[in-house]
Structures are given as structure tokens and as C-alpha cells.
Design a protein around this ligand. Structure first.
Ligand code: NAP
Length: 343
């Protein structure tokens, strides 16, 4: 059946300026890391993307390696662009990234000019688009001169392959250095994509959040729900079909009784605010203080709808914030710590 987007979609979302740029992003964005590979029926992918767009989620985040197999999420999204989203390209912000292992040999990962530009070309081909809106360096490469990676990003914009560039998981110091190079090249860094949620606050301790504000760079927080831990789903154990049950990126070993006790207390606070736990977790990421957009994942369209509802209440009392701080100890949920600490 032909998909017709909800007419009121832009009344259902709020849009925030990305740093000091002219680009606005939806407060909630959708990432296609999981549930867009060959392990998921195409109709589920379509339903998730349709639910997102119907709720004003205009930003879809991909990377070369999303799948499984790597590349298949971009292919699936390309199919959705050609069908359901046909005619809506100018209403969408599509991002992709290069940095993690994508193909064999010495040119298949990290930050060389050779890899970065070839990977961008492959992503455009898989999605069937002429350009992406944002192209990221997915991780800092300790062995390639930073200038080389940034010059590759600059070239990607100048050659029309992307409109803006971003950095992901670079620490504060490397972000400053990369942003200075990009500024000198005339392609300012639009956005930074770090992991950030109630249980993972490295962007605060590292100083990255302050740095981004100072440099006028926008931010999009990935894993804002700690891959699902910050939702009600693990309160009664690990449900069948959940990410933690699939042997993927969420190790069930970190969902300890102690972690669940914290999650239960957070759930109590969410209830007093009239929110689901997922909504509270997203509102916390988006609270006053600098994150432009919360980048969620979803395995069902209903989850997208629940998450989009977070924007109804983004304000916290200082008492609520203090309670959340007290409950939330850093859990071992930051899989990207190594990348952001690379010297
Ligand atoms: N730059 C990077 O290095 C990097 C790394 C990782 C991710 N990312 C980006 O960030 C995006 C989001 O990552 P993520 O998927 O880990 O984010 P997340 O939002 O923290 O976790 C998503 C998972 O939470 C569960 N969920 C979502 N909404 C829910 C709801 N309302 N109620 C109950 N459960 C809910 C679902 O789990 P189930 O599947 O168990 O149902 C879903 O798959 C990725 O798609 C990708 O675009 C970037």
C-alpha cells in the first residue's frame, strides 16, 4: 500500500538548531545500527521508518557497517527512499559514517583518505542517493594524520558527496584539533556524535560537552537508552527477542540485579513525571544544557512512538536531577570508551 506521511508530522516534533549552523535537527532522531539488516523483515524496517517520519523524525542515521551483513542497512534504507520516502528527499537528513572495518585489506577501516572517500562512495551507491546530508568520521584514527582525515571530509563536501561533516566518539582534545583543521579548510564541523545517557557520562567528565558548546558544534547522543537498559524491558529479566538476548552488542552480563535496582528507581521517577522510563531517559539527554538530538534505535514502530512522546516534558526540577544523579552510577555500558580515549 502506498505510504502517505501524517499531515501533522511537523506539529509532533520539536526542531533544534545544530550548534551555530543553519541546520535544525529533530529532538529525536532514528538510527539504523540494529534491526535493519538481513535478520529483520523488510516490512518491519518500513514500519519503523514510517512511524518515525509520521512523528516528525526527519533524521535517519546510518553507517557503512550497519547490518548484518555490513552495508545491508544502507541498502534497506535505499529501498525505503525509493518507495515509501520517494519524493521526500528534501525533507530528510540522512547521515552515514566511515571508520570501522568494512572490507578486507589495509584500506578497509579507520581514517585514511583512501578509505574514507571510497567508503563514502560505496554508501551513496548502496542508498542510491547523490549525497548524504552529514558524513562522519566514525572514530579517531591514531595512525593517520588528523589533517588527512579532515581533508578527506572536506573533499567529500566540496565534491558534493555530503552537505556537512561530523565527528563521532572523538574526545574533547581531538575534537578541538579536528575542528580547527576543518575550520581552516572552510568546512566547519557541524556535529559531534558521542555515546551519552544517564548511565554513561563520559562527555561530561571528558569536557567534550563544554568544548562543543564553546566551538558552536551541535551534538547527537547515541545509545540514549543504553541500548534498551533505560526502558522498562529488563525489569523482569531478559525478554526473548530483546537485544540482550541476541548475542549482539548488549552483553546481558551488565544487566546485573544492582543495575536493575537503579533502573527500577529511575522508573519510579518517570512515573511521577507521567513518563515512561524511555521518555525520561531521552528527556534527560535533551534537558537544558546542550545536546541537540537524542539518537534512538528501535525494533518496533511502537517504540518510536513512545520515544517521540519524550518531548512533551523536557524540564526537570533540580530535585529530580539530583535524585537521578544519586541513583545512576556509571554502569559498564560505554562500549566506545576505547575509541574516545585513543591518544
Ligand atoms: N557513532 C557510533 O559509534 C554509534 C554507536 C552506536 C550507535 N550509534 C547510533 O545510535 C543509534 C541508536 O543506538 P541504539 O540502538 O543502541 O540506541 P538506544 O536507543 O539506546 O537503544 C535502542 C534499543 O532500545 C530499545 N527501545 C527503544 N525504544 C524503546 C521503548 N520505547 N520501549 C522499550 N524499548 C525500547 C530497543 O531494544 P530491543 O531491540 O531490545 O527491542 C531498541 O533496539 C544507532 O542506530 C546508530 O545510528 C552510533
Amino acid at each position: 500500500m502506498t505510504y502517505i506521511p501524517a499531515a501533522n508530522r511537523y506539529d509532533r516534533m520539536i526542531y533544534r538548531r545544530c550548534g551555530t549552523s543553519g541546520l535544525k535537527l529533530p529532538a529525536i532522531s532514528l538510527g539504523l545500527w540494529h534491526n535493519f539488516g538481513h535478520d529483520t523483515p523488510h516490512d518491519t524496517k518500513r514500519a519503523i521508518c514510517q512511524a518515525a517520519f509520521d512523528h516528525g523524525i526527519t533524521h535517519f542515521d546510518l553507517a557503512n557497517n550497519y547490518g548484518p551483513p555490513p552495508g545491508s542497512a544502507e541498502e534497506a534504507f535505499g529501498e525505503i527512499l525509493r518507495t515509501d520516502f520517494r519524493g521526500f528527499r528534501d525533507e530528510l537528513i540522512i547521515s552515514s559514517k566511515a571508520g570501522y572495518l568494512m572490507w578486507d585489506g589495509p584500506y578497509g577501516e579507520f581514517g585514511s583518505r583512501k578509505y574514507t572517500i571510497a567508503s563514502c562512495d560505496q554508501s551513496l551507491k548502496r542508498m542510491g542517493v547523490e549525497y548524504v546530508d552529514i558524513f562522519y568520521s566514525h572514530r579517531f584514527d591514531p595512525d593517520t594524520p588528523l589533517e588527512e582525515t579532515m581533508m578527506a571530509l572536506d573533499h567529500i563536501v566540496r565534491s558534493g558527496r555530503a552537505l556537512y561533516v561530523g565527528l563521532s566518539s572523538y574526545n574533547s582534545e581531538k575534537t578541538r584539533a579536528a575542528a580547527a583543521i576543518l575550520r581552516d579548510l572552510g568546512t566547519p564541523c557541524l556535529i559531534h556524535q558521542p555515546s551519552y545517557n544517564i548511565l554513561n557520562r563520559w562527555v561530561e567528565t571528558d569536557g567534550l560537552k563544554t568544548t562543543l558548546k564553546e566551538l558552536g558544534i551541535g551534538s547527537i547522543a547515541f545509545t540514549p537508552l543504553a541500548q534498551g537498559i533505560l526502558t522498562g524491558k529488563y525489569l523482569k529479566g531478559v525478554p526473548q527477542g530483546s537485544r540482550a538476548s541476541q548475542g549482539k552488542s548488549l552483553d546481558p552480563a551488565i544487566i546485573t540485579p544492582r543495575a536493575i535496582e537503579s533502573v527500577r528507581k529511575l522508573d519510579e521517577i518517570a512515573k511521577t513525571r507521567g513518563q515512561t522510563l524511555a521518555q525520561l531517559a531521552l528527556a534527560w539527554v535533551l534537558r537544558e544544557g546542550g545536546i541537540t538530538s537524542a539518537l534512538i534505535g528501535a525494533s518496533k514502530p511502537e517504540q518510536v512512538v513512545d520515544c517521540a512522546g519524550a518531548i512533551a516534558n523536557l524540564d526537570f526540577t533540580s530535585q529530580e536531577l539530583a535524585q537521578i544523579d544519586q541513583i545512576a552510577e556509571e554502569k559498564d555500558v560505554n562500549l566506545w570508551a576505547k575509541s574516545s580515549q585513543t591518544e
